[in-house]
Ligand binder design. Structure first.
Ligand code: ADP
Length: 405
């Protein structure tokens, strides 16, 4: 009996065990499915987060790269991809991806030290990151590299790199530097002449000879006048460029009165050169909206240039103004020596002069007249262009929008 009971008990225990095992197997299956579902959900979340991150980084205007500790690029945003054109970036070492080692240097320094690095790189056209697309000549970039705050699980750090195109600023700085260099050069010449005559007068006692002293002083005055003219012109350019252009005194004025003013001011030159000046204005009552002071200066510089560059008798000068659709067109023409076609693209540059003119020695320009003209017109929202057939017609053509001009 006891044996039967024992067998029965054993059977019951076995049955219970079987039930337990069965139940356990079910639970394991269920938890495996749960784990898989979690894994899927996590992967999906990760994918979504990555897509969202890429979307945000693609929206950045600057090129953005993520680089691993072995200096391999792991991510490149839209701006970086278009900056480097057809070149493959992701999974390439930075030294290979960047054509010029100077571009990689800042980043590699950051990788080596772990310290953030910001550096400005100026490159020649051939090694621009834009490759064949680069057409701006010397190009400038700011490389900003810093390690991302580190993940806690001991993974290697990732470094983010921002590459910002600062070529436009670089060019503006260059123009300013050139301006200062040219201005100093232009001022140095008359100053040296004045100093030379002063030395003669004082050290060599020429002051005792009134005739000679008077001659020297007259020359000195001429050069002092030139210095003041250059300084005046530079101040006008600087005013026009400093944003004060927004503070132009815009008011309606009759363009005809502007022409009348400048012809009066140039009357003696016109008479001496026996120049023939014709004014073409289909609507003599045409009213412009603008700063009359600058428009007078624009016209004066253009007509004076025509006369100054052709100091002989019989020159023909034309000044015109007419409505043309939504714009007003203003022009100044002459039939003088003209401007060689190779010089035309540079003619509005500060201190630019055509050296080849025979009469250049006698022409006392500052080389700033046309720069003033261009900036004043641009401040009024207009444009100026020039064409020249030497001996036939040199034409400066201005177009200004009607509301403004
Ligand atoms: P400048 O003060 O020397 O006249 P501008 O800037 O007014 O300087 O002109 C720059 C140069 O452009 C002049 O030195 C001259 O060589 C050339 N130029 C301008 N206008 C004319 C013109 N109507 N005919 C021939 N050359 C011109």
């Amino acid at each position: 009996m006891t044996t039967e009971i024992s067998i029965f008990a054993a059977l019951a225990a076995l049955a219970a065990l079987a039930v337990l095992v069965h139940r356990n197997r079910g639970t394991r299956k269920q938890s495996e499915a749960e784990v898989n579902a979690w894994k899927l959900r996590l992967e999906l979340d990760l994918k979504n987060a990555r897509e969202e991150r890429n979307l945000l980084l693609d929206a950045l205007g600057d090129a953005f790269l993520l680089v691993d500790s072995d200096a391999n690029i792991r991510f490149a945003n839209e701006a970086a991809r278009s900056l480097f054109g057809a070149r493959e970036l992701v999974n390439r070492p930075v030294r290979e991806a960047f054509l010029d080692p100077r571009l990689a240097d800042a980043l590699l320094r950051c990788l080596a030290t772990g310290e953030p690095v910001q550096s400005r790189v100026v490159l020649p056209q051939q090694t621009s990151p834009r490759g064949d697309l680069e057409n701006r000549g010397v190009n400038a970039w700011i490389i900003d590299a810093a390690q991302l705050s580190n993940p806690s699980d001991g993974q290697d750090p990732t470094t983010r790199v921002i590459i910002r195109d600062v070529t436009a600023q670089h060019q503006i700085e260059q123009v300013r530097k050139d301006f200062v260099a040219n201005a100093s050069h232009e001022l140095r010449t008359p100053l040296a002449i004045i100093n030379g005559y002063l030395e003669n007068l004082l050290d060599d006692d020429m002051i005792e000879e009134p005739e000679m002293a008077r001659r020297f002083l007259t020359i000195m005055r001429k050069h002092a006048d030139r210095i003041s003219r250059i300084v005046e012109d530079m101040l006008v350019i600087s005013r026009l460029e400093s944003g004060e252009a927004n503070a132009l005194k815009v008011e309606p004025f009759k363009f005809r009165s502007c022409i009348k003013d400048i012809l009066e001011r140039l009357e003696s030159v016109i008479r001496n050169q026996q120049a023939e000046v014709s004014v073409i204005m289909p609507d003599p009552a045409l009213v412009l909206q603008g700063d009359r002071f600058y428009w007078t200066q624009v016209l004066f510089n253009l007509v004076e240039n025509a006369l100054k560059q052709n100091p002989y008798t019989g020159l023909k000068v034309g000044v015109g103004c007419e409505r043309a659709g939504d714009s007003v067109r203003i022009w100044v023409t002459d039939n003088g020596v003209g401007i060689p076609s190779a010089d035309l693209p540079h003619i509005f540059r500060r201190f630019f002069r055509v050296e080849k003119h025979h009469s250049q020695q006698e022409i006392k320009g500052t080389g700033l007249g046309l720069s003033i003209v261009k900036r004043a017109i641009e401040a009024h929202g207009g444009t100026i262009s020039v064409t020249s057939v030497p001996g036939s017609e040199t034409k400066f053509l201005i177009t200004v929008p009607r509301e403004l001009g």
